[in-house]
Write a protein that binds this ligand. Structure first.
Ligand SMILES: *Cc1c(COP(=O)(O)O)cnc(C)c1O
Length: 401
C-alpha cells in the first residue's frame, strides 16, 4: 500500500561492510558487540540486527528487555545483551528469551537468580555482565562496593560472572586523561574480583564504544584485558551506522589519529532520509511563509511543499537555516517547520514538480547532507538526530547504497 512519502532507506550491505571493517580493525585481540539499542539508532532493529549477525556479529547490545525480545525474534542464534538495565519484574523475560543482563545491584541479581531458579537451570547457567562505575556516575557499582555483589556469584549460585563491563565517558577527548583514570578504577575492580575467588574467572572485559575503537585507546584496553587473562570486547554503535565520532577540540586541528581519519573514509553511512515534493506554488514578493510569517518572500518565489515535519524528527530549529536536496541542488527551508510539513524555496532550481524526490539526510547526485550538518544546525549530536527520526517514518531496506 502506498504510504505518506517520508521514509528512510537502510543499506543493509553498508552496515554489513561497516561491521566487517570494524571487526578487522579490532582483530585479533578484540571482539565487537554490535550496539543496536534504540531501534538500532533509528535504523530499524528488524533490519540492522540481522545484518550485523550476517556480517559475523555474535553479540548484540540492546537498551531494554523489550528490545531484547524483539531482537531475539529476528536473531535466534545471537547473544543479546541488555545494556540499559533490567527493571523490577522483567527477569523472567530475560530467562525466557535467553537474554544476558548487564547488572550492578543486589535487587537485579536476586531477581535474576530467582527467575533462573524458576526455570530450573543448573549453577552458573545464567551469565551476567557486571557493570563497574569507573567514573561516569551513572550505571554500575563502584569498585569499593563490590563485596556484597560478588557474594552473589559464589559457589552454588545460578549466576555466572561472564563479563566485567564499564562505559567510557570521554573516549572522544584527545588527552585520554579521563579514560586513564577510568581504566585504573577498572583495574581496582578486577583486583577485588580476583580476591573474591569466584567459581570461575570471567571471560570478557567489555569496555568502550566507537570512539575507543577508532581512537587510540583500543590497544590500552586490550593490554589491560590481557594482563587479567580476559578477552576484550568493544561496543561500537555509531560507527556501525557509518559515522565516525568527532573528537574534542585538540583533535579537530588536524591532530586526529591517522587511524581515525582512515576509518572515516572507509565507513559507509547506512541511512538516507527522503521525502517528496507534494505540490509547487508561486507566491508574490512579500508573501508570508509558514507559522507567524517568519519568512517573507523577497521576490516572486516558487515554493515546494514537503511531507516532512518536526513530528517526523526534522528539528524545528532548522526552519530558515538549513537546506535540503532536490534535483541534485540545495534548496533552503523557508519559514517555520510545521508538525507534518515544511517548505523549500526552489525559485533557483528549474523544473521542480510534485513527486520529485527530496533528500533530507544523505546524498543526491554530487551533493550530500551529513548527520553532522543536521546536528550542528540543531545544536545537538549525531546520535540524537538519528534516534529522533520518528516511528511513523517507514524504514525500507535497500541492497546497495
Ligand atoms: C550506546 C552505548 C555504546 C555505543 O556507543 P557509540 O558511541 O554509539 O559507539 C556502547 N556501550 C554502551 C554501554 C552504550 O550505552
Amino acid at each position: 500500500m502506498p504510504t505518506r512519502p517520508c521514509w528512510v532507506e537502510i543499506s543493509t550491505r553498508s552496515l554489513e561492510d561497516n561491521y566487517r571493517f570494524l571487526q578487522s580493525l579490532a582483530a585479533p585481540s578484540t571482539e565487537l558487540m554490535a550496539i543496536v539499542k534504540a531501534n538500532a539508532y533509528g535504523h530499524s532493529l528488524g533490519l540492522s540486527a540481522p545484518a550485523a549477525a550476517r556480517a559475523g556479529a555474535r553479540w548484540l547490545g540492546v537498551t531494554s528487555v523489550e528490545e531484547g525480545a524483539a531482537a531475539r525474534a529476528v536473531c535466534p542464534g545471537s547473544r543479546i545483551v541488555v545494556i540499559g538495565g533490567v527493571f523490577p519484574g522483567q527477569s523472567p523475560m530475560v530467562v525466557e528469551h535467553g537474554l544476558t543482563a548487564v547488572a550492578w545491584d543486589l535487587r537485579q541479581l536476586d531477581e535474576l537468580e530467582a527467575a533462573a531458579r524458576e526455570s530450573g537451570v543448573s549453577p552458573g547457567a545464567l551469565p551476567i555482565h557486571l557493570e563497574i562505575d569507573t567514573g561516569m556516575s551513572r550505571q554500575g557499582v563502584a569498585p569499593g562496593e563490590l563485596g556484597l555483589i560478588l557474594s552473589r556469584f559464589g559457589a552454588g549460585s545460578l549466576l555466572r560472572l561472564e563479563a566485567v563491563m564499564t562505559h567510557l565517558y570521554a573516549s572522544d577527548e584527545a588527552s585520554g586523561a579521563a579514560t586513564g583514570r577510568q581504566l585504573q578504577q577498572l583495574n581496582e575492580a578486577l583486583k577485588r574480583i580476583e580476591q573474591a575467588t569466584l567459581p570461575s574467572w570471567p571471560g570478557w572485559l567489555s569496555v568502550g564504544a566507537s570512539a575507543a575503537l577508532l581512537g587510540t585507546e583500543a590497544a590500552t584496553i586490550a593490554d589491560l584485558a590481557r594482563r587479567w587473562r580476559l578477552k576484550t570486547m568493544l561496543r561500537p554503535g555509531l560507527a556501525l551506522y557509518g559515522i565516525a565520532p568527532r573528537f574534542c577540540p585538540a583533535f579537530e586541528s588536524g591532530q586526529e589519529p591517522p587511524a581515525l581519519v582512515a576509518a572515516r573514509a572507509d565507513l559507509k553511512p547506512v541511512l538516507t532520509w527522503k521525502t517528496r515534493v507534494v505540490s509547487v506554488r508561486t507566491v508574490p514578493a512579500g508573501a508570508e511563509i509558514g507559522y507567524n510569517g517568519t519568512f517573507l518572500a523577497t521576490e516572486r518565489m516558487r515554493l515546494a511543499l514537503l511531507a516532512v515535519g518536526y513530528a517526523d524528527g526534522l528539528d524545528r530549529r532548522l526552519g530558515n537555516r538549513f537546506s535540503l536536496l532536490v534535483r541534485g541542488e540545495r534548496a533552503p527551508l523557508v519559514g517555520r517547520i510545521s508538525m507534518d510539513q515544511s517548505v523549500l524555496d526552489v525559485t533557483e532550481i528549474p523544473g521542480v514538480e510534485a513527486g520529485d524526490e527530496v533528500v533530507i539526510l544523505g546524498s543526491q547526485g554530487t551533493e550530500s547532507i551529513s548527520v553532522f550538518d543536521h546536528a550542528d544546525a540543531a545544536g545537538t549530536i549525531p546520535w540524537e538526530v538519528f534516534t529522533r527520526i520518528g516511528p511513523r517514518v517507514a524504514r525500507i531496506a535497500v541492497k546497495s547504497r
